[in-house]
Design a protein around this ligand. Sequence first.
Ligand SMILES: Nc1ncnc2c1ncn2[C@@H]1O[C@H](COP(=O)(O)OP(=O)(O)O)[C@@H](O)[C@H]1O
Ligand SMILES: [Mg+2]
Length: 250
Amino acid sequence: MLRVIDVSKSFGGLQALKGVSFEVEEGRIHALIGPNGAGKTTMFNIINGFLKPTSGRVEFLGRRISGLPPHRIALMGIARTFQIVRTFPEMSVIENVLAGMGKEIYRSWGVFFKTPWNQENVKKALELLRLCGLEDLKDFAASTLPIGLQRKLEIARALATSPKLLLLDEPASGLNDQETAELAELFRKIRDFGVTILFIEHDMRFTMGVADFVTVLDYGEKIAEGKPKEVSRNPRVIEAYLGTGSEISA
Ligand SMILES: Nc1ncnc2c1ncn2[C@@H]1O[C@H](COP(=O)(O)OP(=O)(O)O)[C@@H](O)[C@H]1O
Ligand SMILES: [Mg+2]
């Protein structure tokens, strides 16, 4: 579904990504992990068009997407969420999801109001809220939700663009154990709903429990990839995480 081919990215003298290649297969929950500063968010920014690679390219469903602007990439079926939650705080929960249906969410803030508040859209929004366990909260202002529910709302809003691939940057950050378990359940529902997931995570227990496949970055390089069990036993991966305070367990 997604092919990252020999992608490098430099910021001045700093090489954030060094010739990274990997593929995301359709129907998978795929994790992109690695210590802080490994280049994970930079990779997401390249995939969704916020940044252009210094060299290399990205293909989505057989078409080159690197170099296209973010809104074009979004229209092709890639949605994302951010490391820091970005819901629209003043809007209600359902309005946040309807806003996502504008598809051109990245272009300007004005676009949301063009999302027709018609029966079909409201029905779809309610369906997504149900999927994410937020249906009963639809009329609350987004800002009144605890962080765990805001993260789910962000996912519901991203799903409102009807993406084929969902990019989630540290979706479990700031969540308690209960919320993290619910998030894993939501990931599986989303996959069964037909949406492929590529996510960045720090929480190794969560990652190893939910991912079908894991790609590991360290200092801008891919150091390992495979099934969670294989990756968590890989000496290079263990070494990369030593001293970072992160724990690996399958
Ligand atoms: N816009 C930018 N300008 C300069 N340096 C950046 C920029 N974005 C990221 N970096 C640097 O690139 C490296 C990788 O960052 P990032 O992709 O955010 O890592 P991760 O998400 O894995 O923690 C870091 O050293 C970071 O400081
Ligand atoms: Mg990051």
